[in-house]
Design a protein around this ligand. Structure first.
Ligand code: PEP
Ligand code: MN
Length: 338
């Protein structure tokens, strides 16, 4: 349920009304936008006395939100959310955010070299997996705690904020001071215990869409994190499983406009895991930017042929440079900056 306040409503009144509403055992979230003030009610709103609220002279209207996701719903928060990962690195603004780096952190030299190269070409966030959720238990599983330390070192040297995947709620404390954004991978999108813990983690979360999940399920997973008090969730479309086997996954480009319509959360696209082949990264990235994505996550490796994971889809430094150059024109055409 959302209560739309009159534009003339005062902040004191909105705060007092929000407190009053909580007598019905629901959580009231006042949201102040430019020209819009709404109070979003979360929980079982069955007991809320709608007629009493409509008699409030500062209340304009009351709407029932049909969708099961509330905090992630655009009607709760009509303006786009902007999520700051580091000073000046904001996801959801005019400037697109490119998160780039290797699939896995492999060594100190590797992560620092990749960080320096991608930063030079305009990436503002460094990605790299320390714990790798691999399909086979015999594949490289990541450098784990050592990988986190190396990411932190790269951060200290370059200033780039770090996004890295967390697979286990027991690791949150360990990750906390070593990264700027927790990544939840496609395979863990519905690991609800992890999501609930990240709701309390006090740091932004990059939530990847599961490869067989609907947009509503995706937003319900975001809701899990938000319901715990962490509203800094970035959605990432990374391809879904279809009958097509030529590509690793099928990039669901429609997810971008749909998610942006359903939700106020920023949406980024990972063309690397979608296509699964290096030469597909640039065209898919262009499509994502044209469709309105707020950023991209791109895998870049110093030596893709010898990468310990996802070498086939990793860009070389040269192809990343070229991709970034070509993306600038697309960004400009849709009123964004890169
Ligand atoms: C990754 O980012 O390296 C990764 C494993 O991605 P996904 O969870 O989308 O498969
Ligand atoms: Mn990968």
């Amino acid at each position: 349920m959302i209560i739309i306040m009159k534009p003339s409503a005062t902040r004191e009144h909105v705060e007092a009304l929000s407190q009053y509403i909580e007598r019905w055992n629901v959580k009231a979230n006042p949201i102040y936008g430019a020209g819009t003030i709404v109070i979003g009610l979360v929980g079982d709103t069955g007991a809320v006395d709608k007629d009493a609220l409509l008699r409030d002279p500062q209340v304009e209207n009351i709407l029932k939100v049909q969708e099961p996701f509330k905090l992630a719903n655009r009607s709760f928060h009509p303006e786009n959310s902007q999520i700051e990962l580091a000073p000046g690195v904001v996801v959801g603004g005019k400037k697109l955010v490119v998160m780039a780096g290797p699939c896995s952190v492999e060594s100190e030299e590797q992560i620092i070299d990749v960080a320096r190269h991608v930063q030079e070409d305009g990436a503002t966030v460094l990605r790299g997996g320390a714990w790798k959720p691999r399909s086979s238990p015999y594949s490289f599983q990541g450098l784990k705690a050592e990988g986190l330390e190396l990411l932190h070192k790269a951060h200290k040297l370059t200033g780039m904020p770090i996004v890295t995947e967390i697979t286990n709620p027991a690791h949150i404390e360990l990750f906390h001071d070593k990264c700027d954004c927790f990544q939840v991978g496609a395979r863990n999108m519905q690991n609800f215990e992890l999501l609930k813990e990240l709701g309390q983690a006090g740091k932004p979360v990059l939530l990847k869409r599961g490869f067989a999940n609907t947009m509503e399920e995706f937003l319900m997973s975001a809701e899990y994190i938000m319901a715990g008090g962490n509203e800094n969730v970035i959605l990432c479309e990374r391809g879904i499983r279809t009958y097509e086997t030529y590509t690793r996954n099928t990039l669901d480009i429609s997810a971008v406009p749909v998610l942006k319509r359903m939700s106020h959360l920023p949406v980024i696209v990972d063309p690397s895991h979608a296509g699964g082949i290096y030469w597909m990264v640039e065209p898919l990235a262009k499509a994502a930017v044209a469709a309105g994505a707020d950023g991209l996550m791109i895998e870049v490796h110093n030596d893709p042929a010898h990468a310990l994971s996802d070498g086939a889809q990793s860009l070389t430094y040269e192809s990343f440079h070229e991709t970034m150059t070509n993306l600038r024109a697309v960004a400009q055409a849709v009123g964004r900056e890169l």
